[in-house]
Design a protein around this ligand. Structure first.
Ligand code: ARG
Length: 602
């Protein structure tokens, strides 16, 4: 059974040596074993927040409290820290150590080692800095709009966040199933199909644009459903026929799904997001067996005519078969978990929706735990399921984001506006510095898209996903501050420094040496080598904003370095060009992981 899977700490893909934390931990593991052979403790390693060093080992206090009764040798945590420091095995990594206060062992990394680490990445590619995670297969369930209903900004957030999480996991060599769990099977299809029949007695007449705007079509049929009792009855009958497999109803359903899919695909294509659809309907054939398994395990009970699962701590049970005998959102989601575990062999299931659905997922996961499909929530065992919730997108009025023209924001219009605004701004800039004539139309278009769509994505991702954020074109397209525009331009500037040096960077990579002399070079270098640990943290905690913050700081540290250190024409030129190149490479990887297309010139 899957719940007996151990936590894997294996290190497949041995070439990836990115994690500095793990390398430092390995050193301390050695010294902890040597100094305290009786205590088997995991090294606790953190980045130093104070100036005393770069990394610190925080084991001393814990060890002291364990041994103080019986030890005569150790009088206080500090003496434990001293012993840990003394037993550190010799290594190229460490420049110096010191022990502070209650035994924190601080280490200063060797600048030479930091420089070599960066140079090594330049020679072997950024994949050398890919994190090593303890999962191999994950499902990321994201975007997941509903057929014929509007794809709204909530789905946009899910699409952007889910894509980034998928990209980070894929970079970490996890096999990711990018699942579009579209709502393609609900009672809404009854009214949609009957309305379709009334408008197109012959289904073959329904061509791509024949029913026009699906949202308008949806609203019209909804209005009839609400106002006309006869139509309502027909719609309810239609649901029964559809679920019973009536061929005519099935083909009408397929038609509607197809048209919807085409509209969704336009948005995905624009955003450069790839998804694999397995909608709610996909799981239908599996539901009866899954419910049978849950019944035989004694999970399902009868309650007020419905079949339900009671969840500890919840007063209202999870309904899995409605009173009319139909299945619902929960039956589908339970079955999807079963499918993902047993057929797709996923070890990690990640669901990206607004926080409004956290109770639903909480209950579904609890039910799966009761069934023995998932281990205890607090255990560190696989398989795991996580709901990645996010807050609302607000308008400038502080209310749910809407546009003037319609109650809902049309995503394509939103993307169009981001692009046209960033194009206008780009043209203005280029006119100002007299460079407009150097640009082809195609370059302008491509750059405007990269900047415009990148701005929308970054404005979303840079916030902790749980908070609501205000959608503002003015803010996200500002070229100052923490925006994609600022970052993309910063990257382009680094590329232009390298270009203008007239040096062959590939040649310098092979024959040159990277040396970190100036304090600002060292700080930048130290930040660079933390890349793998940051991506790992962002993956493990499912927080893309961690990567955004890293990227923004990287750009700030580069500026600081570039302000205090002359690059082109200096005696350190080749070393500094390597540092520029490494910064550009890491920035590009950040952009890639955030789903943003880099820009090389401005
Ligand atoms: N279609 C749902 C909505 O629009 C989101 C589906 C999320 N995924 C899932 N497995 N329930 O709210």
């Amino acid at each position: 059974p899957p719940n007996e899977l151990e936590v894997k700490t294996s290190e497949h893909g041995g070439a990836r040596t990115g994690s500095v934390k793990k390398q430092v931990a390995r050193l301390f593991e050695g010294s902890l074993k040597a100094a305290f052979p009786e205590e088997s403790v995991e090294p606790l390693i953190a980045v130093c927040t104070a100036r005393f060093g770069d990394y610190q080992c925080n084991n001393a206090m814990g060890i002291f409290s364990k041994i103080k009764e019986r030890s005569t040798e150790y009088k206080n945590p500090n003496s434990v820290g001293q012993a840990i420091a003394k037993h550190l095995p010799p290594s190229d990594i460490v420049e110096s150590t010191s022990v502070a206060g209650p035994g924190f062992v601080n280490i200063v990394l060797s600048s030479k080692w930091v420089a070599q680490n960066i140079h090594n990445m330049l020679l072997n590619g950024i994949n050398a800095w890919a994190p090593i995670l303890s999962v191999e297969r994950a499902v990321v369930d994201f975007s997941s709009p509903n057929i014929a209903k509007e794809m709204h900004v909530g789905h946009l957030r899910s699409t952007i966040i889910g894509d980034t999480l998928s990209r980070m996991l894929e970079f970490s060599e996890v096999k990711v199933f990018r699942r579009n769990h579209v709502g393609d099977w609900g009672t809404q299809f009854g009214m949609l199909i009957e309305h379709l029949f009334d408008n197109f007695p012959n289904l073959d007449d329904v061509e791509e644009h024949a029913i026009g705007d699906l949202q308008v079509f949806y609203k019209a049929s909804k209005r009839r459903f609400d106002d006309d009792p006869l139509f309502m009855e027909r719609a309810q009958q239609a649901v029964v026929r559809l679920q019973g497999g009536d061929a005519r109803y099935l083909s009408a359903w397929k038609k509607i799904c197809e048209l919807s899919r085409k509209e969704f695909d336009i948005v995905y294509q624009r955003l450069g997001v790839h998804l694999e659809e397995k909608g709610e309907s996909f799981y239908n054939p599996y539901i009866p067996n899954v419910l049978e398994e849950l019944t035989s395990k004694g999970l399902i009970e009868e309650s007020e005519g419905a079949r339900v699962i009671f969840i500890e701590g919840q007063t209202i049970p999870l309904i899995v078969v409605k009173r009319d005998g139909g299945y619902n959102y929960a039956s589908t989601d339970l079955t999807a978990i079963w499918y993902r575990l047993n057929i797709e062999k996923a070890e990690w299931m990640i669901y990206v929706t607004d926080v409004g659905q956290s109770q639903h997922f909480g209950m579904v996961f609890s039910a799966a735990r009761r069934a023995g499909w998932l281990p205890d929530a607090k255990s560190n065992l696989y398989p795991k399921a996580n709901h990645v919730g996010f807050g609302l997108v607000l308008g400038s009025d502080g209310k749910r984001f809407r546009t003037r023209s319609s109650e809902v924001v049309r995503l394509v219009e939103l993307l169009d506006e981001a692009k046209s605004r960033s194009k206008a701004e780009l043209v203005r800039r280029l006119e100002d510095n007299g460079k407009l004539k150097e640009w082809t139309d195609k370059e302008l278009e491509k750059t405007a898209e990269a900047v415009g769509y990148g701005a929308i994505k970054y404005a979303d991702l840079k916030n902790n996903r749980l908070t609501n954020y205000t959608f503002s074109f003015d803010q996200m397209l500002n070229d100052k501050g923490n925006t994609a525009v600022y970052l993309l331009y910063a990257h382009a500037r680094i590329c232009s420094i390298i270009r203008k040096s007239g040096k062959d960077i590939e040649e310098i990579k092979k024959s040159g040496e990277l040396v970190l002399c100036h304090a600002d070079e060292r700080v930048l270098g130290l930040h660079l080598i933390q890349f793998a640990d940051i991506v790992e943290e962002a993956c493990t905690n499912l927080l893309p904003n961690v990567l955004c913050e890293y990227l923004y700081n990287l750009s700030e540290l580069f500026t600081r370095f570039y302000t205090s250190c002359q690059v082109v024409g200096s005696t350190e030129e080749s070393s500094r060009l390597l540092l520029c190149e490494a910064t550009a490479v890491v920035m590009r990887k950040c952009f890639h992981l955030l789903g943003i297309t880099p820009v090389y010139k401005i």
